[in-house]
Design a protein around this ligand. Structure first.
Ligand code: ATP
Ligand code: MG
Length: 418
C-alpha cells in the first residue's frame, strides 16, 4: 500500500463541494473588482524564486521543492504565487498595456514545512496581483477584495493587522536602530534569528519563538523611521480604510515572510483556527518586478490560504456550501425500460438536467435505496406500463408529492420547476 505524501491532502468527492463553494465565491468577487485570471506553470526556474522571494527567507532557505530535471536544469515547484506572475508580466510585456494590470490566481503552493493543523506541504492559495499603480488607493482596493470575500462568506472574526515597512531607505535606518537594540540580547535569540541579525534583522520581529517575541516586544518600531513619502502613503491607507469603516489594528510586528515587500504589509488573522491563524497575507512590493529582471513597476497584492479559509468557515459553523446532488434519478423496472433508459437520460443531460441511472444492475428496491442515498431531488420510475402509455409519475423526494407527466414533457417540467 502506497500512502499519500506527508503534508498533502486528498479532496474527496464528498467534500469537493466545499472547494467549489470558496472558489466560486473568490472568482465572483474578483469579477466584481474587474480582476482577470492568470495561470502560470506549477514549476519555474529556481533562479526566479531566489531572486523574487529572496535568499534570506525561510521559503528559499529551507522550504522549497527543488529538483534537477532530465536536462539538468534546476526547477522549483511554486512556493508562492507572486514570482511566477511577475515573470509572466515581464515576459509577455503586460507592462506595455494600459495600467493597472489586475490579476488573480488559484494555485497549489509547495513548501517543505512541518505539517500541522493549517500547515501543509501542498496547500492552495487564491491570490491577487495589482501591477502598475503606486497609489495608496490600490493598496486599499486590494484589502477590500479580501474583506469582500470574508463578508460574502459571513466571516466576521478576522482581524486586519496593518503595518508599513517603508522603502529600502527607511529600512536601512530602521535596521540600524533595531540591531543596536537587539545587540545586548543577541545571545538569547534563537539560532534562526541570530542568522537574521545580519542578513535581514526585520524578520526577527516575525519570529514565532517565545524567547524572541519577548525580546522584540519593546523594540523600536519601524513606523517611527518612515521617510515622509512612506509615512504619507501609510496615513492615506489608514484614512481610506476609516472612510470605508473597515476596522484594523496597526501592528508594528507584521513584516511578512517574503523579502520583496515595501511600504504596506497586512494580514487577516483568525482567532478561531489555532496557532496557524493567518488566513490572508499581503502588501506592496514595488521592487519585485525589477528584482526579477523587468523595468521598475509598483505592485501590490495578497495570498489567501484556501485550506485555512475552509477551516475558519467550519470552525465558526458557517456555510461551506452544499453537496451537489442530481436533480433526477430514473429507475428502470423492466428489461424494456433498461433498453431505452440510457438514450432517455442522455437527452435530459444534454439539456442540462443532472440525471443518474442504474449502472449496478440493481433490482428495483436497490435502485430506490440508492436514489435516496445520493439525495436525488426527483424520482421517475419507468416500467412497461409507463413506456406503453407514455406517461409516468415524477416524485418530489422531499415532499413525497407525485405529478403525472408525459415522458416527452419531462424537460418542460424541469424548466418550470428548476
Ligand atoms: P505563515 O506565517 O503561517 O507561515 P506565510 O507568511 O508563510 O504564513 P504567505 O507566504 O504570505 O504565508 O502565504 C499566504 C497564505 O497562505 C497564508 O496567510 C496562509 O493562509 C497560507 N499558507 C502559507 N503557508 C501555508 C502552509 N504551509 N499550509 C497551509 N496554508 C499556508
Ligand atoms: Mg511560512
Amino acid at each position: 500500500m502506497i500512502n499519500i505524501p506527508k503534508g498533502t491532502k486528498d479532496v474527496l468527492p464528498q467534500e469537493s463541494y466545499k472547494w467549489h463553494y470558496v472558489e466560486n465565491t473568490v472568482r465572483k468577487v474578483a469579477l466584481d473588482f474587474n480582476i482577470k485570471e492568470i495561470r502560470t506553470p506549477t514549476f519555474e526556474h529556481t533562479e526566479l524564486f531566489l531572486r523574487g522571494v529572496g535568499d534570506t527567507t525561510d521559503i528559499v532557505n529551507k522550504e522549497m521543492y527543488t529538483f534537477n530535471d532530465k536536462g539538468d536544469r534546476s526547477m522549483t515547484l511554486k512556493p508562492e504565487g507572486t514570482a511566477g506572475v511577475a515573470r509572466a508580466f515581464i515576459e509577455n510585456s503586460l507592462y506595455a498595456n494600459t495600467q493597472p494590470t489586475k490579476m488573480y490566481y488559484i494555485t497549489p503552493v509547495f513548501r517543505y514545512e512541518r505539517p500541522q493543523a493549517g500547515r501543509l506541504r501542498e496547500h492552495h492559495q487564491f491570490g491577487i496581483e495589482y501591477y502598475g499603480s503606486e497609489s495608496y488607493m490600490a493598496d486599499v482596493e486590494v484589502m477590500c477584495v479580501a474583506k469582500t470575500i470574508f463578508d460574502r462568506l459571513g466571516v466576521k472574526d478576522l482581524e486586519l493587522n496593518i503595518n508599513s515597512i517603508g522603502c529600502p531607505e527607511c529600512r536601512k535606518k530602521y535596521n540600524e536602530a533595531l540591531k543596536a537594540y537587539l545587540k545586548d540580547n543577541f545571545d538569547k535569540l534563537c539560532s534562526t534569528c541570530k542568522e537574521r541579525y545580519e542578513k535581514n534583522p526585520l524578520r526577527i520581529l516575525d519570529c514565532k519563538e517565545e524567547g524572541c517575541k519577548a525580546i522584540t516586544a519593546k523594540a523600536p518600531i519601524i513606523l517611527d523611521y518612515l521617510c515622509d513619502d512612506c509615512k504619507l502613503h501609510h496615513e492615506n491607507v489608514l484614512k481610506e480604510l476609516d472612510k470605508l469603516n473597515i476596522k484594523y489594528v496597526v501592528n508594528p510586528h507584521i513584516v511578512r515572510g517574503l523579502d520583496y515587500y515595501t511600504r504596506t504589509v497586512f494580514e487577516f488573522v483568525s482567532t478561531s483556527i489555532g496557532a496557524q491563524g493567518t488566513v490572508c497575507g499581503g502588501g506592496r512590493y514595488n521592487n519585485l518586478v525589477e528584482q526579477v529582471g523587468g523595468k521598475p513597476c509598483p505592485a501590490v497584492g495578497f495570498g489567501m490560504g484556501l485550506e485555512r479559509l475552509i477551516l475558519t468557515l467550519e470552525s465558526l459553523g458557517l456555510s461551506v456550501g452544499e453537496e451537489e446532488v442530481p436533480t433526477l434519478y430514473i429507475a428502470s423496472l423492466s428489461e424494456k425500460a433498461k433498453d431505452m433508459i440510457m438514450p432517455f437520460a442522455m437527452n435530459l443531460r444534454q439539456n442540462g438536467i443532472s440525471v443518474e441511472i442504474d449502472l449496478m444492475d440493481r433490482a428495483f428496491k436497490g435502485q430506490m435505496k440508492y436514489a435516496n442515498k445520493i439525495g436525488a431531488k426527483y424520482l421517475l420510475v419507468l416500467g412497461d406500463d409507463e413506456l406503453q402509455t407514455n406517461e409516468a409519475k415524477i416524485k418530489d423526494m422531499a415532499s413525497g408529492e407525485e405529478t403525472p407527466i408525459k415522458l416527452n414533457e419531462i424537460l418542460k417540467f424541469f424548466r418550470i420547476e428548476a
